[in-house]
Design a protein around this ligand. Structure first.
Ligand SMILES: [Mg+2]
Ligand SMILES: [Zn+2]
Length: 219
């Protein structure tokens, strides 16, 4: 069996959401209305995230990176999990709606950069501009920004056993493509509601255990 793992970053690898933390700390209060529009699906994730970061001057870059590096916590067991996938030769892709300038420093030395898919950034103007190297393909009309379903379509074939690991609404379309979802928080509720094949997790030690069991069953 060819297992391939697609793992979210914010709220999955980290304990909480970094974009929300950055906005709470650095953005003027307008960011909240934009977030509410995204949650109510009045604007796409791509449009909303772009607008939120456009509220921040480029001069904040270093401060934001050190804020994230000093406050954001990596979920228990993540390093062991990465080690486990290498040992078992299981491809692990990180698919994140986060932005390169804080996702990359957080994962530096932990994850091979070529397996990391996230949004980009441009600091050439007055305010932070998000760039979108992984937008939706012709099968997706969600305006995901970083389109997880499109990335998965590109990297798998019929023989693969797809495992999606995530926590939120931004993982739902990818979760629908999975042979098994490892889910927590909101995504866990959604998996139950929609009867998607899933298992709950809290730490990456749970994740390792699940993948071990799934591999045994499927061999
Ligand atoms: Mg997440
Ligand atoms: Zn999409």
């Amino acid at each position: 069996m060819n297992v391939k793992i697609f793992c979210d970053f914010d709220g999955t690898i980290t304990n909480s959401d970094n974009i929300i933390a950055i906005m709470k700390k650095f953005a003027p209060s307008e960011w909240e209305a934009i977030k509410d529009d995204v949650l109510a699906e009045r604007v796409s994730i791509q449009e909303g995230v772009g607008k939120m970061f456009s509220l921040l001057p480029i001069s904040l870059k270093e401060e934001i990176v050190s804020f994230i590096l000093s406050t954001s916590e990596i979920r228990t067991g993540f390093e062991q999990f990465v080690h486990y996938t290498k040992e078992k030769d299981i491809p692990l892709y990180i698919v994140s709606g986060g932005i390169d300038f804080f996702v990359e420093p957080m994962l530096d030395g932990k994850i091979d950069k070529k397996n990391l898919y996230c949004n980009g950034s441009d600091f050439l103007g007055q305010t932070i501009k998000i760039t979108w190297p992984h937008t939706c393909d012709s099968h997706c009309e969600n305006g995901c920004g970083c389109c997880k379903p499109s990335i998965i379509r590109n990297l798998v074939d019929d023989k693969d056993f797809i495992i999606v690991i995530g926590d939120s609404i931004t993982d739902l379309q990818a979760a629908k493509m999975a042979d098994c979802v490892l889910a927590r928080d909101f995504l866990l509720q959604k998996c139950k509601e929609l009867h998607l094949p899933h298992r709950p997790f809290e730490t990456f030690h749970d994740v390792i255990e699940h993948i071990n069991e799934l591999s045994e069953v499927e061999v």
